[in-house]
Design a protein around this ligand. Structure first.
Ligand SMILES: [Fe+2]
Length: 356
């Protein structure tokens, strides 16, 4: 299917609605001899649902609805996604009831589901319940010519993890956006070793997509938009020509390119985070290519949630963001500069935020 056809069909589903998920198309370029190097395919990403138990069977309704809506739209996708990746933070406080509630809602998806772990799923029982339900928190698989890796990027120093008497104190501390008693995330030595071995049999021409919950780049430590061993992971990925890192956690649009690696975030089904520099306490360390949106407002629950369509075209990534109550955005790969660019706003300031 041509990309334009895909966009058209996807837009029919999207018209007049909010799609809190990401549709990702992996398109292979034609080889010089006209043959295809792989088969095009589509998958979806839904992330950061943060389902929160109030009491017993009562959960925060808005977060439930965000996830349910994404699933409903996913089930209507045309073409159908080959699989759906859930990008982490299924629960808010890692409770078994939240994970189970999330699993039940996700069971409505009519596509195979791949799971990724977020810190909100982990720091109550160190992922025990999540792993019992969903299996290993890091793994890889091949799909139609693309090597896909899912990492657990929310680990921290063992000393920090085990210093807490009360697991809920640990969870609550990690759940805060800017709690100074939290700790920076990392992938860690064991998984880095695994990643090296996992990639040892992969040709450096093979497109690679790495999913991580936190960004595998250092954005803003104060809010844990950060992975401590990011550079070491980037070094492991360096020999490969077409690498895309797709991450959740930040609840906002970010994009960047470091060497051979294109980075893109996906949005949340629950709430937005503003860009760090909109908070007076923080200096911005946003990736250099990212252009601030004319929002986000955390007090408007659907601001900065939305959906994006991503083409992974021969390792070059285009994102088409559909934003309710705001102008749509396109972040496309510029062949001349060899960098992703926000087509409309890259070279001009975005107008100030509008409230609705
Ligand atoms: Fe997170």
């Amino acid at each position: 299917m041509k990309r334009r056809d895909f966009i058209k069909k996807a837009s029919v589903v999207a018209a007049g609605t909010i799609l809190p998920m990401s549709i990702i198309e992996v398109a292979f370029a034609d080889n010089i001899d006209g043959s295809k190097s792989g088969k095009n395919f589509t998958f979806a990403v839904i992330s950061d649902a943060h389902l929160q138990q109030i009491k017993g069977a009562k959960f925060v309704r808005n977060w439930d609805m965000g996830l349910k809506k994404a699933i409903a739209e996913c089930n209507l996708m045309n073409p159908k996604p080959d699989f759906v990746l859930f990008g982490g933070d299924l629960g808010q406080l890692g409770k078994a009831a939240e994970i189970d509630h999330g699993a039940e809602i996700l069971s409505a998806l009519r596509a195979p589901v791949k799971m990724m772990l977020g810190e909100h799923d982990y720091y109550l029982d160190l992922g025990e319940h999540w792993m019992n339900r969903f299996g290993d928190p890091y793994y890889s698989f091949d799909h139609k010519g693309v090597h896909i890796v899912v990492l657990n990027s929310i680990l921290v120093d063992e000393k920090w993890t085990h210093k807490w008497k009360n697991p809920m104190d640990r969870m609550q501390t990690m759940a805060g956006l800017d709690d100074p008693n939290g700790s920076a995330f990392m992938v860690g030595e064991k998984q880095r070793q695994w990643l090296k071995e996992d990639l040892s049999t992969i040709s450096n021409e093979t497109p690679i997509i790495v999913f991580s919950h936190s960004p595998l780049q250092k954005i803003y430590k104060g809010w844990n938009f950060w992975t401590d061993d990011a550079e070491q992971i980037q070094a492991i990925l360096k020999p490969f020509k077409k690498v895309n890192v797709i991450y959740g956690h930040v609840h906002q649009i970010q994009y960047n390119k470091i060497g051979n690696i294109a980075f893109n975030s996906v949005m949340s089904t629950a709430w937005p985070w503003p860009y760090p520099k909109t908070y007076t306490q923080g200096t911005s360390y946003m990736p250099k290519l990212t252009i601030e949106m004319n929002r986000a407002d955390p007090f408007f629950e659907r601001d900065a949630t939305g959906w994006e369509m991503i083409d992974v075209h021969s390792g070059r990534v285009d994102l088409h963001f559909q934003l309710p109550n705001n102008e749509n955005r396109t972040v496309a790969y510029n062949e001349k500069t060899q960098e992703p660019e926000d087509i409309k706003y890259q070279h001009q300031k975005i107008p100030s935020q509008r409230h609705y």
